[in-house]
Each structure stands twice: as C-alpha cells, then as structure tokens.
Write a protein that binds this ligand. Structure first.
Ligand SMILES: CC(C)(COP(=O)(O)OP(=O)(O)OC[C@H]1O[C@@H](n2cnc3c(N)ncnc32)[C@H](O)[C@@H]1OP(=O)(O)O)[C@@H](O)C(=O)NCCC(=O)NCCS
Length: 181
C-alpha cells in the first residue's frame, strides 16, 4: 500500500472536511479533561462548516492541512493583525491552531506544520511566532519547548463556566538571540 502525506493550503471547498478535522482533534485533545457539556457547546459553536468557511475566507488568516492518501490528518492555522486572539501581540505571527490526529502523532507532522509557520513568518518579516497552549496540555508544551519556544505570559479565559489558563509561548525566527525572547 502506498501512503503519501501531502501538504496543501485549505481551499474554501475544504470547509466541511476541515470542520470535522477540527472537531475530531479537539475531542481527542481536550474531551478527557473537560466537562462534556462544555466540549459539546464548543464544538457546536466553533466547528460548523459555515464558521470554518468564514475563517478560510479571511485574508488575515491562513490554514494548511496534511492529507494522508487524500484524508486530512493535521492542520495549521496562523493569524495576522486583526485576526489574532491577543490584539497586542501583532508584532508576531500567531499560531492559533496546530493539530495532528493521534493516529499520526510522533511522525514528524507537527514539526512539518511548525516549519510552515516559521517560513511564513520569515517571508512576511515577522521576528517571531507565538501561541497559547492550555497549561494542562503537557505534551504540547514539551513539544514546543523542544522546538525552542519560551513562555512569556498567560491568557485566562472561560471554558464553559470554568476559568482556564493558556501559557503564551514565543519562538524567535529572525536569527536574533537569545532564542525565544
Ligand atoms: C503537538 C502536536 C501538534 C505535535 O505533533 P507531532 O506530529 O506529534 O510532533 P512531531 O512528531 O513532529 O514532533 C515534533 C518535535 O517534538 C519532539 N517531541 C515529540 N514528542 C515530544 C515530547 N513528548 N516531549 C518533547 N519533545 C517531543 C519530536 O522529537 C520533534 O522534534 P524533532 O523535529 O527535533 O525530532 C501533536 O502532538 C498534536 O496534535 N497534539 C494534540 C493537539 C494539540 O495539543 N495541539 C496543540 C494545541 S496548543
């Protein structure tokens, strides 16, 4: 059997498939540690094809995905000024979402997606990329630290009625030192 991973920009006609991938990866990542009602509400609000189609049409954001023999298995969404979740951090490129299906973890796909974020930031003149990661998502935090990201702040938010905390992490991509600052 031939298995090939393709890397592509997501086009508007991919909205329904991307919405499903977003929902599936969200459940895999967060369902076990959160109130099921909060997860359900989040899925119903955030990952409808119509909503995903709107984000795909927003020129301030870009989404790529990885296809395993044509089936989407991972994606990356980056945001520029005006579309970012932290308006004051628009001197860097935001990696809002980077997700790989659990069936494909540990095969270099996350690194491949992050490399795209880095080259995009560099080609557009951003000195850094940044992201927010749930403080309980220890695997992702370990991966980001391994890739050179450094924590620099936090973002508190409500998930359902529960206050949660994202760690904000940054990676310098302009070659300046010290890394991550
Ligand atoms: C985080 C995630 C995107 C990483 O993707 P992945 O395909 O599993 O990662 P890769 O196999 O490309 O590994 C990325 C790098 O981290 C390293 N790494 C992998 N697991 C690690 C761990 N537990 N601790 C430290 N480093 C780790 C790898 O060695 C690799 O480094 P290298 O390129 O120098 O070899 C993926 O695990 C995922 O989708 N997790 C669930 C969703 C999620 O948490 N998304 C982030 C939300 S903020």
């Amino acid at each position: 059997m031939t298995v090939s991973i393709a890397f592509e920009l997501v086009r508007p006609d991919g909205a329904a498939a991307l919405a499903k991938l977003k929902a599936d990866t969200f459940v895999e990542t967060f369902a076990a540690d959160n109130d099921p009602a909060h997860v359900e509400a989040h899925l119903a609000r955030e990952f409808t094809p119509a909503r995903v189609e709107r984000t795909l049409a927003d020129e301030r954001s870009t989404t790529w995905w990885l296809l395993d023999d044509g089936v989407p298995v991972g994606f990356l969404k980056v945001n520029r000024a005006g579309a970012q979740t932290e308006p004051d951090l628009d001197d860097g490129l935001e990696v809002e979402q980077i997700y790989v299906l659990a069936s494909h973890h540990g095969q270099g796909l996350g690194s491949r997606l992050m490399e795209q974020a880095i080259t995009t930031a560099q080609s557009e003149g951003f000195p850094s990329i940044w992201l927010g990661v749930w403080e309980k998502n220890l695997r992702a935090i370990a991966v980001y630290e391994h890739l050179g990201f450094v924590p620099f702040g936090e973002h508190r938010f409500l998930f359902g009625n529960e206050e949660q905390r994202d760690v904000l992490m940054r990676l310098r991509v302009d070659g300046s030192s010290p890394p991550g600052r």
